[in-house]
Design a protein around this ligand. Structure first.
Ligand code: 9UX
Length: 69
C-alpha cells in the first residue's frame, strides 16, 4: 500500500469534499481517501499494482475539479 497527496482545486463546500472522496474511494485499489477543503488536497492510500497517482488525478478532473501536478 502506498500513500500520496494530490492537489484538488476548485472545491467550495463540504459537498465537494464528499463528492471527491466518493470518486476516489470508488477507484479500484483505493483503500482510503481524506480530502481537505482548506488544504485543497487529498491524501490517498492506494495499491500501486491497481491504480496510479495519475489515474487519481484524472478521476478528480473528470468529476469537475482541477488536480495539477
Ligand atoms: Mo457545494 Mo461542490 O454546494 O461540487 S457540492 S459547491
Amino acid at each position: 500500500m502506498s500513500e500520496v497527496t494530490i492537489k484538488v482545486e476548485g472545491m467550495s463546500c463540504g459537498g465537494c469534499v464528499r463528492n471527491v472522496t466518493g470518486v476516489l474511494k470508488a477507484l479500484p485499489g483505493v483503500s482510503e481517501a481524506e480530502v481537505s477543503l482548506e488544504g485543497a488536497s487529498a491524501r490517498v492510500n492506494y495499491d500501486p499494482a491497481q491504480v496510479t497517482p495519475e489515474q487519481l488525478r484524472t478521476a478528480v478532473e473528470a468529476a469537475g475539479f482541477d488536480s495539477p501536478v
